[in-house]
Design a protein around this ligand. Structure first.
Ligand SMILES: Cc1cc2nc3c(=O)[nH]c(=O)nc-3n(C[C@H](O)[C@H](O)[C@H](O)COP(=O)(O)O)c2cc1C
Length: 321
């Protein structure tokens, strides 16, 4: 699969996940062998106001290409300016969010609200394409609800204004994350356009990815929730698509070792207070399936210092739990 000058050897992508795929998690996924990652969604307005927290989200130092930055917004002009700022911060692909279902985004006409305003969606994409000299991609859902499926019309329109790649999360806005992703629509979108289409929705194990490709003909797969506390799913899926063999899941020692490295990165990038707070949710995901996970979860939530968190991880690793 190709995008601009990039040739994706095994097209498996870590999804943009707000509050999750920050620099620390992206680096963790790459450290265990993942190749292609996405930033969290970043507000165009906040970026153009040079909000310091937002600029931190754009710290791409040391990350390998392609550096795919996702922006959300509703104003073509602001989106174009934000895209240029992202490129100044070394983004090499700009992705536009047309799928976020949350009320606080949608009420501003952003994210999946654009599924109900195709002229605006296309104007935004066209403005970004015109402004930048890097590939532009768009991540969409199927439509607002089952009665308003717009994926094909939108995909064709986006291709016609110069968008070079699409990701299709095969759910409607009204579904949020409920029910199943309807992969059949990914197949239909893929057949309707000539640009690469990444299929997304409900890939939780490597075999799901190959089924998704077989059933839809999509060019790549994107993994979101399956990677929570499980960065290995990305390289294991890459391995399966390349060699047809499922690598074993990592043992608890390996899981805790990587969780601790992840924690070090979180502390480095976010500082002790915010870092500890953010790591709690990751820690709960990392220990999923471990014996006494419910009790450990409570202990994780009560950790009051990085040392306490590390000690807890060590106890889990040594099997003292
Ligand atoms: C916690 C969370 C945060 C998300 N944040 C974003 C985001 O910032 N941008 C985006 O396009 N999609 C976002 N999504 C949607 C995912 O990228 C993905 O499309 C969705 O989870 C379906 O894929 P999955 O079944 O592999 O999880 C988010 C989903 C979750 C669960």
């Amino acid at each position: 699969m190709k995008l601009g000058n990039y040739e994706f050897e095994v097209p498996v992508f870590l999804a943009p996940l707000a509050g999750v795929t920050d620099k620390a998690f992206r680096e963790t996924v790459c450290a265990v062998g993942g190749k292609y990652v996405w930033t969290e969604m970043i507000s165009d307005k906040a970026l153009t106001y040079r909000n310091s927290k937002t600029l931190n989200m754009l710290d791409l130092t040391g990350e390998t290409e392609p550096r795919i930055v996702q922006l959300f917004g509703s104003e073509p002009e602001t989106m174009a300016r934000a895209a240029l700022l992202a490129i100044e911060c070394s983004a090499t692909v700009i992705d536009i969010n047309m799928g976020c279902p949350t009320q606080k985004i949608v009420k501003n006409g952003e994210g999946s609200a654009l599924l109900r305003d195709l002229p605006r969606a296309l104007t935004i994409a066209a403005a970004v394409v015109r402004a930048v000299n890097v590939p532009v991609s768009v991540k969409i859902r199927l439509g607002w609800n089952d009665d308003e499926i717009v994926a094909i019309e939108l995909a064709k329109g986006l291709e016609s204004v110069g968008v070079q790649m699409l990701t299709v999360h095969a759910r409607t806005r009204e579904q949020f994350y409920a029910g199943y992703a309807d992969w059949e629509w990914i197949r239909r979108v893929k057949n309707a356009v000539s640009i690469p289409v990444i299929g997304n929705g409900d890939v939780f194990k490597p075999e799901d990815a190959s089924r998704l490709i077989e059933q839809t003909g999509c060019d790549g797969v994107m993994i979101g929730r399956g990677a929570l506390g499980n960065p290995w799913l990305i390289p294991r899926t890459q391995h399966f698509l390349k060699y047809g063999k499922v690598l074993p899941e990592p043992l608890i020692e390996e899981r805790i070792k990587v969780a601790l490295q992840h924690f070090d990165r979180v502390l480095r990038y976010k500082g002790e207070r915010i870092g500890l707070n953010e790591m709690r949710k990751h820690a709960v995901w990392y220990i999923k399936g471990v014996k006494k996970a419910a009790q450990l979860r409570d202990e994780i939530m009560q950790t009051r210092s990085p040392e306490e968190m590390r000690t807890l991880f060590s106890r889990i690793m040594e099997g003292k739990e």
